[in-house]
Write a protein that binds this ligand. Structure first.
Ligand SMILES: NC(=O)c1ccc[n+]([C@@H]2O[C@H](COP(=O)([O-])OP(=O)(O)OC[C@H]3O[C@@H](n4cnc5c(N)ncnc54)[C@H](OP(=O)(O)O)[C@@H]3O)[C@@H](O)[C@H]2O)c1
Length: 278
């Protein structure tokens, strides 16, 4: 049976490799920062399955009013959404702040949270809904509430770690609040995507040191793809968990981090309420 998945950040790297695989048995909603620039991607995917339905949409996830407008359009594209893959993400280099919040955090955590909230009615129409959030092993250095307290730190490593922790905590809080729509997070591995090139000298250095171990984007997409195709019972049992190499890992973290996750949910919601209510 053909399912429907929405992937954020499908223009390259892990997101594109995920789309190239899922197109075999999914219709795809491609959430791109600049949708009008990606007709070639649609044509490329249609070569893999010519009968697929593919919709281009989206905007910069840091532009919340635009996210709201675009999400309204997504709601009218098709009747249900089975899989929401919150994949888009970028290292903050250099750090740029709007109202004290770093723009990649505004996009990768708050923009994704807003999008998930807005698309929830569409996920609720699916018999096997799920949300898959791309986190990273870097989340271990993150602090959940620091972005709301320490404004303008200009520390790229800290900003990225906080973002990736927020992606993991999002899955925990969401699964607790909306258990009928399981959410999970994952570390894709160190992947030779566009990510390393956009990250400044430190990220480039880390990627060059790790060169022998770097995964292709296709390998990096494995866990996202695998989770997209797992039966609903499995997802329900693993809700909130963090995956690496198609396996749940640090499974105790899910309950240990619940309070932290709910605090972050509260702080994030506070910031997003004006957009949700407007
Ligand atoms: N690569 C790794 O080693 C690694 C490791 C751990 C976790 N991750 C995570 O994996 C995910 C995918 O990364 P990747 O390696 O595939 O990186 P990538 O090749 O740089 O792709 C990132 C994608 O995200 C999109 N994007 C970034 N900021 C956006 C914004 N503000 N609004 C809308 N779209 C935005 C990009 O769109 P544009 O084309 O418009 O720039 C691109 O499509 C990220 O969340 C990353 O944090 C990656």
């Amino acid at each position: 049976m053909i399912k429907t998945a929405l992937i954020t950040g499908p223009t390259g790297g892990i997101g594109k490799a995920t789309a190239e695989n899922l197109i075999a048995d999914h219709d795809l909603i491609l959430w791109c920062r600049k949708p009008h620039e990606h007709h070639a991607l649609v044509n490329h995917l249609l070569q893999i399955r010519p009968t697929a339905n593919i919709w281009l949409c989206g905007c910069d996830l840091a532009d919340w009013n635009q996210v709201k407008n675009e999400a309204k359009k997504v709601l009218s594209l098709t009747d249900k959404l089975d899989t929401l893959i919150l994949n888009a993400g970028q290292y903050a280099h250099p750090c740029q702040y709007v109202n004290g919040l770093e723009i990649n955090y505004r996009a990768g955590h708050l923009g994704h949270t807003l999008l998930a909230m807005l698309l929830k009615p569409m996920l609720e129409k699916s018999a096997s809904p799920r949300i898959i959030a791309l986190s990273s092993i870097a989340h271990r250095a993150g602090k959940a509430l620091r972005p709301f307290k320490t404004m303008n730190s200009h520390n790229s490593i800290q900003e990225y770690a906080d973002l990736k922790l927020a992606n993991r905590l999002f899955a925990i809080a969401w699964s607790h609040l909306f258990p009928h729509i399981p959410a999970v997070s994952l570390h894709p591995g160190v992947v030779g995507s566009g990510f390393g090139n956009k990250g400044g000298w430190l990220v480039k250095l880390v990627f060059s040191l790790l060169k022998p171990f770097i995964l292709t984007s296709e390998q990096g997409a494995n866990t996202s793809i695998w989770l997209s195709r797992q039966p609903q019972d499995y997802l329900m049992n693993q809700a909130g968990h963090y995956f690496y190499q198609c396996k749940p890992t640090d499974t105790k973290g899910c309950s240990k981090k619940l309070n932290e996750a709910l605090s972050l949910w509260g702080a994030s919601h506070q910031v997003l309420i004006p957009v949700l209510k407007s």
